[in-house]
Write a protein that binds this ligand. Sequence first.
Ligand SMILES: [Zn+2]
Length: 68
Amino acid sequence: MKCPKCGSEDVTTSVNTYTKSKKRSFLWNLLMILLTGGFWILWMCVRARKEKVVKKKYHICQNCGKCW
Ligand SMILES: [Zn+2]
């Protein structure tokens, strides 16, 4: 791995993981619970288990400090 800025090979690679979830507002959930008669809660429980784990790689140059 080479730094695109200075060309140094002294680069550290790290992996950053985070969960990607689409969170709706409380009022939206309340409205949907009323509209679906409680089925929305079940739906939310199913959805919550399907949260995506996103892995993002990033590199830090030890020479010039560039992060990409
Ligand atoms: Zn560099």
